[in-house]
Design a protein around this ligand. Structure first.
Ligand code: HEC
Ligand code: HEC
Ligand code: HEC
Ligand code: HEC
Ligand code: HEC
Length: 184
């Protein structure tokens, strides 16, 4: 059996077969990683860049970021209020999808991308109050097509900034590095 296999392994075709198998397994693994680390497909290909270029403020669409824990997403009506009138709506495939949601009174099932596990407490309000910009954490959204996180939103990322921002305030540092500040 082993002997036969050794013989076989000298055949070029067999080697090609093994190579194909190995590549298939690795690309499968690669794909698994890829899909967990990149943006999922969205129901409408919403281009941030083009809306920000029009001068629409982040807070117009995500008003909660200013005073609440969650930033929130715009309602279908907020999109439709504008797009009902834009000429592009007649011809764009993406905007036809928006029209269908609006006419059926449905909300758009956006897939969350900037999201933490339930056992972590994050609140936008104190961060904005401390003078941070959206871009500090979400990257250059104004240049993005579909939104993607600029970095993995893990504990190390939170702690690095909490350390950086409390260099001259040891008391605040203790609080911002305390487990109970984010986990309770
Ligand atoms: C204040 C008005 C306004 C609001 C609100 C608005 N849009 Fe737009 N949107 C525009 C304009 C104007 C364009 C065309 C921009 C350009 O030509 O670069 C556009 C472009 C688009 C496009 C690109 C269409 C294509 O095929 O090229 C999509 C998709 C889109 N908007 C979806 C949405 C969705 C979804 C919402 C709600 C979350 C929304 N828009 C909210 C004004 C708006
Ligand atoms: C015209 C409305 C509109 C404007 C203006 C807008 N956004 Fe958004 N934003 C959306 C919509 C719709 C989504 C959901 C689709 C997606 O994730 O791409 C979204 C998604 C996001 C997300 C991910 C949300 C999630 O659920 O994971 C972040 C972060 C974000 N926007 C930040 C910003 C920032 C920062 C700005 C300003 C530079 C901005 N947005 C301007 C409509 C808008
Ligand atoms: C200190 C970092 C930080 C800053 C600054 C920040 N965000 Fe976020 N944002 C996050 C994190 C972390 C999440 C995920 C929160 C969760 O899942 O509980 C998030 C989630 C979001 C979401 C999707 C979920 C939700 O909260 O509705 C949107 C939209 C968003 N941010 C928009 C904004 C906008 C707009 C600004 C600027 C006004 C902003 N963020 C400023 C870190 C930040
Ligand atoms: C870019 C910098 C930055 C990042 C990234 C960041 N934070 Fe913060 N965070 C701050 C600053 C600055 C404060 C202090 C606000 C103040 O002056 O009290 C703060 C305060 C907090 C507080 C305390 C709020 C209060 O009630 O006083 C919590 C909780 C918190 N952050 C959670 C998180 C979590 C969870 C993450 C990661 C998902 C995170 N932060 C990422 C800068 C950041
Ligand atoms: C500034 C906010 C913040 C502080 C302070 C913080 N954590 Fe976390 N922690 C997070 C975030 C965000 C996650 C989820 C993302 C991740 O797994 O990295 C997390 C995840 C975890 C996890 C799960 C890890 C995993 O791999 O699933 C454990 C355990 C944990 N933290 C323990 C602690 C302990 C112990 C402390 C105190 C020494 C602490 N955390 C302090 C934000 C924080």
């Amino acid at each position: 059996m082993l002997h036969k296999l050794l013989e076989l392994s000298k055949q070029p075709l067999f080697r090609v077969g093994v190579l194909v198998l190995v590549l298939a397994v690795f690309s499968g693994l690669g794909y698994g990683l890829y899909t967990t680390q990149t943006t999922p497909p969205q129901p409408i290909q919403f281009p941030h860049s083009r809306h920000v270029a029009l001068g629409i403020q982040c807070l117009y669409c995500h008003p909660g970021a200013w005073r609440q824990a969650s930033a929130g997403l715009p309602s279908t009506q907020k999109c439709w209020g504008c797009h009902q009138q834009t000429p592009l709506t007649q011809t764009s495939v993406e905007l036809q999808k928006l029209a269908a949601y609006a006419e059926n009174g449905m909300s758009i099932p956006w897939v969350p991308v900037a999201m933490l596990p339930d056992f972590v407490h994050f609140n936008h309000r104190p961060h904005i109050a401390a003078g941070l910009n959206c871009e500090n954490c979400h990257g250059e959204v104004g240049k993005m097509g579909i939104y993607e996180n600029p970095q993995v939103l893990n504990m190390g990322w939170c702690l690095t900034c909490h350390r950086e921002r409390t260099q001259d305030d040891p008391e605040k540092r203790i609080k911002l590095l305390d487990c109970g500040t984010c986990h309770y």
